[in-house]
Design a protein around this ligand. Structure first.
Ligand code: ATP
Ligand code: TZE
Length: 259
């Protein structure tokens, strides 16, 4: 059975501690691909959700003390139950508050994948001091930098930009699907981070799951732009394209180069 068909059959439960900019969009995107999302950010239910989810997504966008605490609790509960955890370290290096919590997550939670833009990945690698802001791309997407981060944290890295890099520290794929209109709406990266959730829940090899997720998302963006007039109409068109995406379309349109 194809990966998307399996997601539609399993309806994986994706627990998201995400930011309020992305929350509604990410929930809709997850429903569109066939997953079942929950968004919550209180530390009081993070452990319970972290124990029963099929994947957990930790997104540092609009960070608060409570959200940081909830992320650590959910991440640890997921680890204890063998549930994959995805980290989106938004604007790492930008403030001490978020950098410290991101470092605490990185050192105490085992991650299935880190999904971030190329600038954020460079900060995690130590080759750049700060990722400017949540929406910025300030850096060429360098596969070697992504590989360094994957090795450092023993995880899959999904480093996004015009070309997305997916690596587990050994294997590297350049994923070329996508559309620049993704840059003209907010939270397209946040939705992608949540979107990786259902893929790591149904594909055991998280590197392959990452490739399939970014490629599917990129193809949906390309198909959406066949209908959209600009950023405003692109958002619903992207949700439509995610809803109608199939494994056959992914096979037909995928542009993946393994190095
Ligand atoms: N120049 C580009 N051309 C085509 N697609 C792009 C380009 N830049 C980014 N993308 C795509 O946009 C999506 C989001 O990636 P991006 O690197 O912008 O994440 P981000 O900065 O974390 O986003 P956000 O903070 O807005 O949620 C990815 O699917 C990526 O492939
Ligand atoms: C704009 C914005 N601010 C905090 S999170 C977020 C969404 C994109 O990262």
């Amino acid at each position: 059975m194809g990966v998307i068909a399996k997601i539609k059959e399993d309806k994986p439960f994706i627990f998201n501690i995400t930011n309020e900019v992305a929350s509604n969009f990410a929930a809709n995107g997850l429903i569109a691909i066939g997953a079942s999302p929950a968004m919550s950010h209180t530390p009081r239910e993070a452990k319970d959700y972290g124990e029963i989810a099929d994947a957990v997504v930790l997104n540092l966008g609009t960070l608060t003390e409570d959200r940081g605490e909830a992320m650590l609790k959910a991440g640890k509960a997921a680890n204890e139950n063998g549930i994959p955890v995805i980290l989106d370290p938004i604007a790492v290096g930008g403030t001490d508050f978020r950098t410290n919590i991101i470092n605490e997550i990185l050192t105490t939670v085992k991650l299935a994948a880190i999904r971030a833009n190329a600038g954020e990945i460079a900060v995690l690698a130590g080759t750049l001091d700060e990722a400017k802001g949540p929406d910025s791309i300030i850096q060429e997407n360098d596969p070697e930098i992504a590989k360094t981060v994957a090795k450092k944290y023993d995880t899959v890295v999904i480093s996004t930009g015009e070309v997305d890099v997916v690596t587990d520290g050994e294997r590297i794929a350049l994923c070329k699907n996508g559309h620049e209109m993704l840059q003209n709406i907010t939270a397209s990266g946040c939705l992608l981070s949540s979107f990786v959730g259902p893929f790591v829940s149904v594909v055991d090899d998280f590197y392959e799951a990452g490739i399939y997720a970014v490629t599917s998302y990129g193809i949906a963006a390309e198909l959406a732009m066949e209908k959209a007039a600009g950023p405003g109409t692109f958002i619903p068109a992207l949700l439509d394209a995610l809803y109608f995406l199939t494994d056959e379309k992914v096979e037909k349109y995928k542009q993946v180069q393994e190095l």
